[in-house]
Design a protein around this ligand. Structure first.
Ligand code: TYM
Length: 358
């Protein structure tokens, strides 16, 4: 039996370098190893938690499927599908929610972050604890709403994973807490019903650490809501401009001086996209106080373009081929539903809701 790999990306816009280096690149490598049964999908139901414009959501799904294929995912080797094409997922989500606590969902970092944004609470106040979010939500002191879908986001993600019995879930560092919850829900289900049914999935990083791709604005991660993204479809000129504008400092004044965060971030990116001798060259230059950040950025931009430009070109070709995209997704949905429907009927049985009249 092959080990099962599964992962997904929300269609909230074009894919950025964080999505690629943290996730999509690993999907492609895992597919190429040829030893896994792999499932890669577009998490359109998850995208609904932030209430996108329907036309924009629709366009994003098409675009990301094209980016998946352009980056090297192959429908003959991997199952590529859209989450909402698998109706067994929402049904299992309802069932699993019966074993998930509101409190543990409210303590999830991603929920607190997004809920604070939706409620307009300033993030990271002095002495900030969880009570501000809880008070606002339960007290309903404002007219703002945090939708229930956002709260139960981790249940839906756990279902995506558990319904296919995935062993490995290649994701970036920011998704590790959701993965931890998935394992917890699997354990809880198994122990409640006294069965060894769900597996506990793990992240996969080819022996390395989970990746957190930084932004170029000095601190934090690259992310759509942070507005600091390099997109896979950025034109050469625009991409170079973004990299050349990256925040730096006035340069080291002493040999082997510790790096400030913006510089460390540039090196983190360099290590992800450039050859080891290039990294070595600039590290030595930094340690000898001879570094010219302009040269480093130029090199970084060219090395990023080596990765993104071919993907950008292929995305353009694929994106408008309706017939091909439809074929890929139809086949993917059928394959994904096969195992999903088996899991669902087994879970219904375990939970005792198989109708006795059948
Ligand atoms: P999403 O759509 O936010 O991100 C998709 C993938 O990109 C990774 N990523 C990053 N990795 C490193 N550095 C960054 N700056 C960076 N930004 C994004 C994310 O870690 C992720 O792997 N909840 C998921 C989607 C999902 C899912 C699933 C994933 C739904 N169901 C089941 C795996 C399995 C999400 O919001 O990813």
């Amino acid at each position: 039996m092959k080990k099962i790999v599964l992962s997904g990306i929300r269609p909230t816009g074009q894919l950025h370098l964080g999505n690629y280096l943290g996730a999509l690149q690993k999907f492609v490598r895992m597919q190429q190893e040829g030893i896994y049964d792999s499932f890669f999908f577009i998490a359109d139901l998850h995208a609904l938690t932030t209430q996108p414009d329907p036309a924009v959501l629709h366009a994003n799904v098409r675009h990301i499927v094209a980016e998946y294929l352009a980056a090297g995912l192959d429908p003959e080797k991997s199952t590529i599908f859209v989450q909402s094409d698998v109706p067994e997922i929402p049904e299992l989500y309802l069932l699993l929610n019966m074993h998930v606590g509101i409190g543990e969902l409210m303590r999830t970092a991603a929920f607190k972050d997004k809920a604070r944004k939706q409620l307009g609470i300033t993030v990271n106040k002095e002495g900030d604890d969880d009570s501000d979010v809880a008070r606002e939500i339960i007290g309903n002191e404002s007219n703002k709403r945090v939708n229930a879908g956002l709260l139960t986001y981790p249940t839906l993600m756990a279902v995506d994973i558990l319904i296919q019995h995935a062993d490995f879930v290649p994701v970036g560092k920011d998704q590790e807490q959701h993965l931890e919850l998935t394992r917890r829900f699997a354990r809880r289900f198994n122990s409640f019903y006294g069965v060894e049914y769900f597996k506990e999935p793990e992240n996969f990083n080819f022996g390395g650490k989970p990746v957190k791709v930084p932004g170029l604005d000095g601190s934090g991660k690259m992310g759509k809501s942070e507005g600091n993204c390099i997109y896979l479809v950025d034109e050469d000129k625009a991409l170079r401009k973004k990299v050349m504008r990256a925040v730096t400092d006035s340069g080291p004044t002493e040999p082997n001086q510790p790096m400030a965060e913006p510089i460390e971030n540039l090196f983190t990116l360099l290590k992800l996209v450039s050859a080891p001798d290039v990294v070595e060259h600039f590290t030595t230059a930094y340690n000898n106080c001879e570094i010219r950040y302009g040269d480093l950025k130029k090199q970084l931009a060219e090395d990023i373009l080596k990765i993104t430009a071919p993907i950008r070109e292929r995305t353009r070709e694929i994106e408008n081929d309706d017939e091909y995209l439809a074929r890929v997704l139809k086949q993917g949905a059928e394959q994904a539903r096969e195992r999903a429907s088996k899991t669902l009927s087994e879970v219904r049985q375990i939970m005792g809701i198989t109708p006795f009249w059948k």
